[in-house]
Design a protein around this ligand. Structure first.
Ligand code: Z5A
Length: 210
């Protein structure tokens, strides 16, 4: 059986990493065919690209876009596709919609060019389900600041983050595979909502029975 690609998207501090790990533990109660990964990253070279992307504030927009694409190409070819072929449920922290939201809506690069590049870099692979963790931008940034994290994206201005947020909102409107999750509640409230959605999808995909 082919696996499933479940992606978590959202603005900074929306709780993706926290929720992916809670979901992983929950899924592991009934299957060991589940894996967690992330973009940028997910492969040894991808982790090096991640360090460059998150640390270097002098990258031009196009260079940044192409590095995200290179990271994705490697990630899909070396990790995601082989895992899906083994029947694994792959939980991925960010994927193609992040490029549209950050480089497209956020930085103003052409959405149609990004779509073409996404298509090439992902070998045409789309998520089976994307959960958009919808959280007020300022609340998310406050959460990441409280944690003491400040990388190049988080130093960018608030308006940039608002444009990224509007990008995710627009993509969720356009694409049925993107489901909005209210991320403003407690970690356990958000996780309960996510587990309800995942149960529905796993049943629909006939991975679990009613
Ligand atoms: N990027 C891009 O521009 N283009 C692309 O194509 C791709 C990515 C793929 C990845 O950095 C960066 O790459 C990202 C977009 C860009 N921009 N930035 N910066 P990252 O992986 O380091 O950043 P992130 O994806 O935004 O992760 P994050 O900042 O760690 O946020 P998160 O994973 O969504 O949240 P979290 O780590 O689970 O939680 C954040 C804090 O809030 C933490 O202290 C938690 O304990 C706390 N938290 C979590 N949930 C709650 C609730 N429910 N209530 C209260 N507090 C909570």
């Amino acid at each position: 059986m082919q696996g499933k690609l479940i992606v978590f998207e959202g603005t900074e501090g929306s709780g993706k990493t926290t929720q992916i790990h809670l979901l992983y533990q929950w899924l592991r109660c009934w299957t060991d065919r589940v894996a967690v990964t992330r973009e940028p990253g997910g492969t040894p070279l991808g982790e090096k690209l991640r360090q460059i992307l998150l640390a270097d504030s002098d990258l031009g927009g196009m260079t940044e876009l192409l590095l995200y694409a290179a990271d994705r190409y490697l990630h899909v070819e070396e990790f995601i596709k082989p895992q899906l072929a083994k029947g694994t449920i792959v939980l991925c922290d960010r994927f193609t919609d992040s490029t549209l939201a950050y480089q497209g809506y956020g930085r103003g690069l052409s959405l149609s060019k990004i779509e073409q590049l996404n298509q090439m870099a992902s070998f045409g692979l789309h998520s089976d389900l994307t959960l958009w963790l919808d959280l007020d931008v300022e609340v998310g940034l406050l959460r990441t600041r409280q944690r003491g994290k400040a990388d190049r994206m988080e130093q960018a201005d608030l308006e940039f983050h608002r444009r990224v947020y509007r990008g995710f909102a627009q993509l969720a409107k356009e694409q049925d595979r993107i489901i909005r999750v209210d991320a403003s509640g407690s970690q356990s409230q958000v996780q309960a909502h996510i587990q309800t959605i995942i149960t529905e999808y796993l049943t629909k995909w006939q991975i679990i029975e009613n």
